[in-house]
Design a protein around this ligand. Structure first.
Ligand SMILES: NC(=O)c1ccc[n+]([C@@H]2O[C@H](COP(=O)([O-])OP(=O)(O)OC[C@H]3O[C@@H](n4cnc5c(N)ncnc54)[C@H](OP(=O)(O)O)[C@@H]3O)[C@@H](O)[C@H]2O)c1
Length: 437
């Protein structure tokens, strides 16, 4: 078989990793594939930059289109990130009948509905294993390993930065800003961490997982998203007191009424497997009809794990080319997507952790619980921490039984508007125990 020619767009963290994996594992890759995968040109923004790997300078160019257009390139490997330039590059590759491998979750979540059909009608592959959970092969598993099963719901830790920050807050008792600054200093968080800590990156990955698991296209903007930046050390202390840990979860359920899709910090039982996913690691916990519960775990980012997933995609596409099936297999695990609505969070039924900061006066707790009761919020537990000095506010934590989110919001608005009751300062959803059965 002729060598497989690859045009690499981007030589940053992941691009450099791809060069390294292809070089370090060349013998194993050739033995598996029966030929070599050769990078023939690399597009970058700057020709003068120091690189993480040695490459022949003659391979480098700043002209992305010239790489895509080369006749000796079979697969375009898009690793520049972002949306607009990456989208133009992928569309051009499809037009030129080049297969595409990408790690770009933002691009696929926002424009997959245009790119996948374009690839299908153009007869080319788009593979994207590294786009969700980095090196953990969840996409291949969902598309192929579970192809005969019906997935009902899943729960994931898919953003390593958020997991690192929350794991460290739980361990050290430090506040969010201190831990984030440390994560940035150690390279676990980007200089601009907004996409990660806001939950937006996780929402992109969730949209891709919903497509693969349920055969449903959802609009990313319809997904309910809450970041992790409002969490405080007190929340972690109370979580421990009720046998829970706080994790940055993506949650999706396929219900008869629509798709439940949400991203938010969640209190989960300390004895659930997802509670043990440490540091920057990722995991996906899936419930399916025939297999039952299964969990996939590992490195969700980083140069080598992510590059490994990208190179595995290159090998798979090369195999498809060899078998004459490239461009004819379903790229999204279902042949056609069905559009279903994302359910409004106001209809969610969940248990809640509520932390209030209330004035240290008699009767305040009674008024608080009366308002909750008036809105049908039934209380399972109340914990009150007396202030160290008189006159300081009292911290009251209320754990509710299952309640409707819309009712809870009305109750919290009433509490906020009631004179002398202080502010509802924190709301965290608590995982139903049935979810981890
Ligand atoms: N890093 C991870 O652990 C990880 C994990 C999973 C998925 N991903 C995804 O992988 C992709 C790449 O991430 P990364 O961390 O490798 O990013 P990165 O380190 O910022 O690298 C981006 C590369 O693209 C090049 N580039 C950017 N815009 C360009 C343009 N207009 N023309 C030509 N070259 C351009 C840059 O060139 P210069 O070097 O000259 O600036 C750089 O080499 C992203 O979609 C990301 O979401 C990353």
């Amino acid at each position: 078989m002729k060598e497989i020619g690859v045009g690499l767009l981007g030589l940053g963290n992941v691009g450099a990793g791809v060069i390294k994996v292809l070089a370090d594992n060349a013998a194993a890759i050739e033995a598996r594939l029966g030929t070599q995968v050769r990078v023939r040109a690399i597009a970058v923004r700057s020709l003068d930059k120091d690189r993480l790997v040695d490459v022949d300078p003659a391979l480098l160019t700043t002209d992305v289109d010239s790489v895509i257009d080369r006749d000796d390139i079979d697969i375009v490997c898009e690793l520049i990130g972002g949306i607009d330039r990456a989208k133009a590059a992928v569309l051009r590759a499809i037009e030129r009948r080049k297969h595409v491998v990408t790690a770009n979750k933002a691009l696929l979540a926002e424009h997959g509905e245009e790119l996948f059909p374009a690839a299908e009608s153009g007869g080319v592959d788009i593979y994207y294993e590294a786009a969700v959970c980095g090196g953990v092969p969840v996409i291949r598993t969902l598309r192929e390993g579970l192809a005969s099963d019906r997935i009902d719901d899943f729960y994931g830790i898919v953003n390593g930065t958020s997991n690192f920050v929350l794991s460290t807050m739980a361990k050290t008792g430090l506040d969010f800003d201190e831990v984030l600054a440390d994560a940035q200093a150690r390279g676990y968080a980007e200089a601009d961490p907004a996409l990660d800590v806001s939950g937006k990156d996780a929402a992109h990955k969730l949209a891709i997982l919903i497509m693969l698991c349920f055969g449903t296209g959802v609009d990313v903007d319809e997904i309910y998203v809450e970041g992790i930046d409002r969490l405080a050390p007190a929340d972690f202390r109370f979580a421990e007191r009720i046998g829970s840990v706080i994790k940055p979860l993506v949650i999706a359920r396929n219900t008869p009424d629509g798709i439940e899709a949400r991203v938010h910090p969640t209190m989960i039982p300390a004895n659930w497997m997802l509670a043990d996913v440490p540091g920057a690691k990722n995991a996906l916990y899936v419930h399916s009809y025939a297999l039952g519960a299964s969990m996939y775990y590992g490195a969700g980012a980083g140069m080598m794990p992510t590059a490994m997933a990208v190179v595995s995609d290159l090998i798979e596409v090369a195999r498809n080319v060899r078998a004459g099936v490239a461009g004819s297999l379903p790229l999204r695990s279902y042949r056609a997507l069905v559009h279903r609505p994302v359910l409004d969070i106001a209809g969610l039924r969940s248990r809640y952790y509520l932390r209030f900061s209330v004035p240290d006066r008699p009767g305040v707790l009674g008024r608080l619980t009366t308002i909750l009761g008036k809105h049908g919020i039934s209380i399972a537990q109340v914990v009150q921490d007396m202030p160290e000095k008189d006159g300081r506010p009292v911290v009251v934590v209320v754990v509710t039984h299952e309640a409707v989110e819309g009712d809870l919001r009305e109750a919290l608005a009433d509490i906020g508007a009631s004179a002398g009751l202080g502010e509802p300062v924190q709301v965290i959803r608590i995982m139903p125990s049935a979810a981890h059965a």
